[in-house]
Design a binder for this molecule. Structure first.
Ligand SMILES: *Cc1c(COP(=O)(O)O)cnc(C)c1O
Length: 388
């Protein structure tokens, strides 16, 4: 079965849905058993990693349906759900790392992941160092005897560097180091980390799986060897999701491919248009041939998200703010991956290679007509150029 067909079929369970197309929403904490023996059998099944309802925090039919669907899309063994994307980064890292371990993070990583390492993991005796996301196989020079995990995120947040994932994974495997990747941008439709040998693939379900800016959720899918560490970490932290949100995420998956493909085409059209415009210094989009990450993107990815970067010409901050304020069809706000377009300025907190270019704008392209979005950008750019 191809991915599109899978999206229409996964996570449906006739046994639990009274012959309706969709599974109902299961809300609940307590699961009741007829006998003590049944309760004990359920606990034993859960200990064998079976999807067995025992207590609400460790899964309901709603969350099991979603996690099975995501694991299937990722080509993984099992998937753990978390109440946000950030929790799906923090939880697995806590499951994998112990005091005294060393962690490698790309300099282009999502800022809250960086804060988690610098502010939180540090207090528990885990040391983080940052690496140039474009290091490739030379990551071997940065490995220390206690390096336990290499984290990847490709393309990078705000600056969109594409990483050579197979080269980094190869070095990690040689040394028995675990790899974990934030795959929120590509989703498993456009990039499958586990097929590339990555041990843990996470995504913010909040973004393209949800797709409608109405849920917060994260997911970490692993291979069989790594699963116990991730699962036990989540159990110990009490991480779980509600049936209502699991339902919405599964509903989002049905149309995810259609939305992503549309958003990809719109974003490429808009990025190409922006390339020639006065006031635009650079467009950061790996699907465009001029982009430094284009060759790797073309080699490894099946598509591109609707999220890309735009470097404006140097200008006073007030003119940059005005440019964003002038956009009528782009909302000003955090997150992305919904049906509505968004614009925000990024200030990447780099320590290995500080950002030295002009003001960086991140555009999340939604499902509006791209020609309307271009007209909107054109009007705001005209005012920006007049003002700066
Ligand atoms: C948004 C985002 C997250 C976190 O997702 P939340 O659900 O908002 O916590 C993680 N990684 C990347 C790359 C993101 O853009």
């Amino acid at each position: 079965m191809r991915d599109k067909t899978k999206l229409a079929r996964i996570g449906r369970n006739a046994k639990h849905s009274a012959q309706m197309v969709n599974l109902p929403v299961y809300r609940g904490s307590t699961v009741l058993f007829d006998t003590v023996a049944q309760l004990e059998a359920a606990m034993a099944a859960r200990a064998r990693h079976e999807d067995m309802p025992v207590y609400g925090t460790t899964g309901t039919p709603s969350s099991f349906a979603l996690s099975q669907a995501l694991a299937e899309m990722e080509g993984g063994y099992k998937c753990q759900l978390y109440p946000s994307g950030l929790a799906a980064i923090a939880g697995p890292l806590m499951g994998l790392l112990s005091a005294g371990d060393h962690l490698l993070m790309p300099d282009s990583v999502y800022s809250p992941s960086r804060a988690f390492c610098d502010q939180f993991l540090k207090r528990f005796g885990v040391r983080t160092s940052y690496y140039d996301p474009c290091v490739g196989g030379k990551i071997s020079d940065l490995l220390q005897p206690n390096t336990k995990v290499i984290f990847l995120e490709s393309p990078g947040s705000y600056t969109f560097e594409v990483q050579d994932v197979p080269a980094i994974v190869e070095q990690a495997k040689k040394r028995g180091i675990l790899t974990m990747m934030d795959n929120t941008w590509a989703t498993p439709l456009f990039f499958k980390p586990l097929e590339m040998g990555v041990d843990v693939s996470m995504q913010a379900v909040t973004k393209y799986v949800g797709g409608h800016a109405d849920i917060l959720m994260g997911a970490a899918t692993t291979n069989e060897e790594t699963w116990p560490l991730i699962r036990d970490g989540a159990y110990n932290l009490g991480q779980c999701v509600s049936g209502d949100e699991a339902y919405l995420a599964l509903r989002g998956m049905r149309t995810m491919e259609l939305r992503l493909v549309q958003q990809m085409h719109s974003a490429i059209k808009i990025a190409q248009w922006l390339m020639g415009q006065d006031g635009v210094a650079k467009v950061l989009h790996p699907a465009l041939p001029h982009d430094p990450g284009h060759a790797l993107w073309k080699r490894d990815f099946k598509g591109a998200a609707g999220l890309f970067g735009l470097e404006l010409a140097q200008a006073d901050q007030k003119h940059v703010d005005q440019f964003i304020d002038d956009l009528e069809l782009f909302g000003i706000g955090f997150s992305w991956g919904g049906y509505e377009s968004l614009a925000i300025q990024g200030r990447p907190p780099r320590t290995v290679k500080p950002w030295t270019g002009g003001p960086l704008i991140r555009l999340s392209i939604g499902l509006e007509d791209p020609d309307d979005l271009i007209a909107d950008l054109k009007a705001a750019l005209t005012r920006f150029n007049r003002a700066r």
